[in-house]
Design a protein around this ligand. Sequence first.
Ligand code: PHE
Length: 462
Amino acid sequence: MEKRGSWGSNFGFLMAAIGSAVGLGNLWGFPYKLGANGGFAFLVIYLVLVASVGFIVIIAELAIGRRSGKTPVGAYTKFNKKFIFNGWLGVLAAFVILSFYSVLGGWSFKYLITYGLEIFGAGFNGLSSSAFFTNFTSDPVQVIGFTALFFIVCAVIVIFGVEKGIEKSSKIMMPALFVLLLVVIVRSVTLPGASAGLEFMFKPNFNFLTDGSFFKVIGAALAQMFFSLSLGMGAMMAYGSYLNKKSNIEKNAFIIPLCDTIIAILAGLAIMPAVFAFGIEPTAGPSLLFIVLTEVFTSMGAVGPFFGFAFYLLVVFAAITSGISLLEVTTSYFVDEKKMARKKSTIIAVIATFALSIFAALSFSSLSWVQLPILNGGLIFVDIFTFLDYVGEYLFMIVGTFFICIAVGWATPGGINAVIEEVEMGGVVFKTKKVWSFMIKFVTPILIFTIFLMTIIGIIGV
Ligand code: PHE
């Protein structure tokens, strides 16, 4: 049997965990949701949810992971056998989420390479940003090829292992991402007309209190938070399982969401002023990152390709550090439960996920006719990509987090004490112990359940 991995340092763990959290969800999801859902008001709700759900659940996930020294399935086997299904759900969620995330990762690579070529005048070949995007996404060979490239990069890192692969690469990519983000922000906020973007993001708009969209705004904030913090699907549990017994779980659980939120706000500062300076629709969603921003870089003239290259490099870094955490969940299942070698486990996980990602990739071209049902404010039909996103992001992550609260707070004799004991290992003082115990038992699960139910029955449309 292979030796289990572990982090070389707490800083390395933090870079990997923040790397998992910071991803495409921060770069395009947060800024436009903030703008579309009441600006500063959304930010306040988001922060309240990060404190009352995010922070609470990360503590539980890291503690259960570290206590068992196993990733989701094994972790529940040790914590409470009745909840093994939640470990399985985590592995399944990682598999489903990576299947569509990898497609976006592939797109990011395509744009990075195109901007690299554009520096020499050979990237877009004069095509408009939307024509370029449509040509690319409707070309099955290219889209699948770039998705494969994303998988290969993630696989190589995961094969190198926890310390030499995930930790080492995150320690380079995360600080680089931060610096690149600052560079893009400086350019963005100094564009003429940029202040409208800042106003869009931060001007308090409390209309949602009276215009009937109250639950929609809260629902949007909750779903965004689950996805952004990689909650409830085993990624944090897996990363926690490699954590040193001496490291302070509570402190880490505070730093991860804090950095994730700061980067999400910084991403808004980088993107929104530019979007407004060039008079573009700020709520364009995913295409904001690929169509709209290309427009912005093109209008910058000679320096455009350089900023484009820097920007997509940071997008690629964000996508990879999240992708490897998803891949680690499925890989470590084979390592821990099937006692397979890491290399073999990674290859099996990649082949299985890549097979599903082909369907996600083709939903923009040859499979665009396939429509699948989801429950979202009533029964609606969506393409394969949206279906996988919905199942992974809204269903599995929310349900998974709810059952973590139930497992710890209600269904395991001594569950709360087991987590407390783990956090207090090595003489660490668990400062919010009392509040945490109350929250995980009552407030957090009730909040999740209520908001989830409203999403399904349609008071909220996500
Ligand atoms: N948190 C990542 C993002 O914001 C996505 C992710 C979800 C990564 C679940 C790992 C697990 O893009």
